[in-house]
Design a protein around this ligand. Structure first.
Ligand SMILES: [Zn+2]
Length: 233
């Protein structure tokens, strides 16, 4: 029931958005949203969050996702677990900055550089962080997740996150294609499942352009391997 209501509210959001922006088709609006071509600061469905860890860095997330996160955080705190958000929504432009920085830093052929960058970072236009549904918790450093504190946190998340609508898309299943294991990355599936389906149906390699190495996106099959290469829940 709750899931159906959320789906309805997202659908209505797009319809309302569409009626107020008749210059753009609804297809374009959805495409722009799922490839990060929008500004969360200007979008009323997003909310500014302030992280205890990084109070200086403004971060935005979808309102519905933030409400679910707050409920999960409260439950975690009752069990003496802290799950601060350390990264949330990133626009195409922000993802492009990250991509181009790594492109400049890494050595090798374009193909070698891209496969290295893709271990942990998405091509601009292909990140789930564009959607406002995905958040990184506690730390994005592998090594931190081997400490007893974050091992305990991870156990708690594996046991409880699904109760609040979150799952781990980049799990430790070695048969899964795409990004390496990311215990910090959690996705709010009542909305992100929708976006995954939109992505599968609407996005082609023509929509993934405008950065170094974009000509290799198709050859690397980034849509199937990286965007759709996620764990099930
Ligand atoms: Zn992430």
């Amino acid at each position: 029931m709750k899931q159906a209501l959320i789906k309805l509210s997202i659908f209505l959001f797009f319809v309302l958005h569409f009626s107020f922006s008749s210059a753009l088709g609804i297809q374009t609006l959805i495409k722009n949203r799922i490839t990060g071509h929008f500004d969360p600061v200007e979008d009323p469905s997003f909310v500014l969050i302030l992280s205890e860890e990084y109070p200086i860095k403004p971060m935005y997330v979808h309102r519905i996702v933030f409400d679910a996160y707050l409920q999960m955080r409260e439950a975690a705190q009752r069990d003496s677990i802290e799950i601060p958000i350390v990264s949330a929504t990133r626009s195409y432009d922000r993802q492009k900055e990250i991509w181009e920085y790594k492109w400049k830093t890494f050595r090798g052929t374009p193909y070698e550089k891209i496969t290295k960058i893709l271990e942990f970072s998405s091509m601009p236009g292909t990140s789930r962080h564009h959607w406002g549904t995905d958040i990184d918790l506690c730390s994005v450093e592998d090594i931190d997740w081997t400490t007893p504190q974050l091992q305990k946190t991870l156990e708690w998340l594996k046991e409880n996150a699904h109760k609040y609508g979150f799952f781990m898309p980049y799990d430790d299943n070695s048969k899964r294609p795409g990004y390496k294991y990311e215990p910090w990355h959690w996705s709010y599936y009542p909305i992100s499942d929708f976006y995954t389906e939109y992505y599968r149906k609407m996005i082609t390699y023509e929509d993934i352009q405008g950065f170094h190495g974009d000509n290799l996106a198709k050859e690397l099959d980034v849509i199937n391997r990286y965007v759709l290469g996620i764990a099930s829940h």
